[in-house]
Design a protein. Structure first.
Ligand code: TXA
Ligand code: MG
Length: 323
């Protein structure tokens, strides 16, 4: 039985985490599958609950920068970015301190660690109450669409985890931006809630990855999370749709194309923040409706690449990738 905990039950959620149980929790990006990062068994249970085929490194969550930087070595760039964007949707990959208490499995044996301070009052309250570093991959079964409500978490993980802390729908809706500062040159490993341009305004040029399709073809994955097929609905996904058919479920951005069997509006007014927040719920809904009505695929209208559009297009490309 998975408990559904309300905002007033933060202490109970924290106690479960400290006892080594798995507790999904809301962040501003997506719901995370929390576990005590120092507890190897709890971390292993996260991989098991998600059904992750490989031990991808996990992000460690902290209530503030000071707690995060106790586990990793932060340079001037990391401190400047933390001051500007934390709490918020930015994850920094930094050299792990030798004395770090984070279990090696959480970092998949790497000598770096991904750290972030999430920008959601309930995550911060939980992290403060737990007083341990908390790993938090997205709280979904491996390969499925990330959850942006407690209901989504239960749909995938009910019975596999101790509890879900319900904080309502996530505001940002796409995962954090992952920036590698451990290897010298700042490198974007995953586009996300903080646009790369905003990072560059603080620390100067950031190396951008090749388009993910090209990266995959060259086998040059720096981050296991850059794997191409991910966020996969059951129905096939067609990108850059400029027309729609009756046997298609349409993901609209702006005035919807006519003729589709079902429509989910990302943002009528073409607002990228609104679109990001509605992306994963839309993929889930179109997939369920499309299957119910026997539709052939999900068609997605073009979304511009500026700002949060980079993260949105990244997730859409993965949803559309061959599996
Ligand atoms: O918004 C988010 O970041 C959400 C919420 C719950 O915080 N969490 C999340 O975690 O998306 P996860 O585990 O699904 O994604 C972690 C990403 C993966 O792409 C992983 O490969 C990368 O970060 N990563 C983690 N540690 C790394 C490391 N040491 N070096 C390189 N990449 C790393
Ligand atoms: Mg994920």
């Amino acid at each position: 039985m998975t408990l559904l905990l309300g905002a007033e039950e933060v202490e109970r959620a924290a106690a479960l985490l400290r006892a080594g149980d798995l507790v999904a929790f809301p962040t501003e990006t997506v719901y995370g599958l929390g576990a005590d990062a120092r507890n190897g068994r709890a971390v292993a249970a996260v991989f098991e609950a998600k059904g992750r085929p490989h031990f991808n490194p996990l992000i460690c969550h902290f209530p503030d920068a000071e707690a995060a930087f106790a586990e990793v070595v932060a340079d001037g760039r990391a401190r400047a970015l933390a001051a500007r964007f934390w709490p918020g949707p930015l994850t920094l990959v930094l050299p792990r301190r030798p004395e770090s208490r984070v279990d090696l499995l959480a970092g998949a044996g790497l000598d770096t660690l991904a750290v972030r301070v999430p920008g959601h009052p309930l995550s911060l309250a939980l992290l403060r109450a737990a007083a341990v570093p908390v790993v938090g991959p997205s709280a979904n079964r491996s390969g499925e669409v990330s959850p942006t409500t407690a209901r989504h978490v239960l749909d995938g993980l009910s019975g596999r985890i101790a509890a879900v802390l319900d904080g309502g729908p996530c505001e940002v809706g796409v995962e954090s931006t992952v920036l590698d500062l451990a290897a010298g040159e700042a490198t974007l490993l995953r586009p996300g809630g903080v646009p790369a341009e905003a990072i560059e305004a603080v620390i100067g040029p950031v190396a951008r990855p090749m388009p993910i399709s090209a990266t995959q073809a060259k086998g040059a994955l720096r981050s296991p999370g850059m794997m191409l097929s991910h966020y996969a609905p059951s129905l096939p996904v067609r990108l850059e749709a400029r027309d729609a058919a009756a046997d298609e479920a349409l993901m609209a951005f702006g005035p919807p194309l006519p003729g589709a069997g079902r429509v989910w509006q990302l943002s009528e007014g073409r607002d990228l923040r609104e679109a990001a927040a509605r992306l994963f719920a839309g993929l889930r809904w179109l997939d369920a409706e499309g299957q119910r009505l026997g539709l052939a695929r999900i068609a997605v209208m073009p979304v511009p690449m500026e700002g949060l559009g980079a993260a949105i297009n990244d997730r859409l490309e993965r949803a559309a990738a061959p599996r």
